[in-house]
Design a protein around this ligand. Structure first.
Ligand SMILES: [Fe+2]
Ligand SMILES: [Fe+2]
Length: 159
């Protein structure tokens, strides 16, 4: 199970790096100010998350390394494809929110599992770091919800 957890950490390490590469494009495509701002903030958070993962590997006595994660590659590829097909800027904003939320949900699933495994294996020292990352993903997802609903991105896209 230690190996499985390490594999999971390498998977999310790679995923976070791919996210830092994908977010600038999404920020550039976003028209809604709240959406662009929110994604920018999350890009900064994502860089910090990678640093926290560096610490996690260190605490486990492992060298930080990533392994290909076809799931995140697929999410980003699909995100590029759907965004590329939308001409209407308001509709594009709604698509970007949806694509970003798919990534957040993936990250939430991964961190939730990693925290449970780390607790089970007695790695209490890495639980705190992973929980900070998880909480940031949850907050990012909640903010995207608010942007789509309360801040009117979906309403504008439908009009
Ligand atoms: Fe992340
Ligand atoms: Fe995230």
């Amino acid at each position: 199970m230690e190996d499985l957890m390490l594999h999971g950490l390498q998977d999310i390490y790679y995923a976070e790096q791919q996210v830092t590469k994908a977010l600038p494009k999404m920020i550039g495509q976003a028209t809604n100010r709240d959406l662009a701002q929110g994604l920018k903030l999350h890009l900064e958070e994502t860089n910090k998350q990678i640093e926290r993962l560096d610490q996690v590997f260190k605490k486990l006595g492992q060298k930080p390394s990533g392994i290909d994660c076809p799931a995140i590659d697929g999410l980003i590829k699909e995100s590029d494809e759907t965004a590329g097909e939308v001409d209407d800027k308001s509709v594009l904003d709604a698509a970007i929110v949806a694509n970003a939320q798919a990534v957040e949900h993936y990250e939430i699933a991964r961190y939730g599992t990693l925290i449970a495994w780390a607790q089970q294996l007695g790695h209490d020292d890495i639980v705190r770091l992973l929980t900070t990352n998880l909480n940031e993903e949850k907050a990012a997802n909640t903010k995207l919800n608010a942007i789509a609903l309360r801040k009117g991105v979906n309403r504008k896209a439908a009009s």
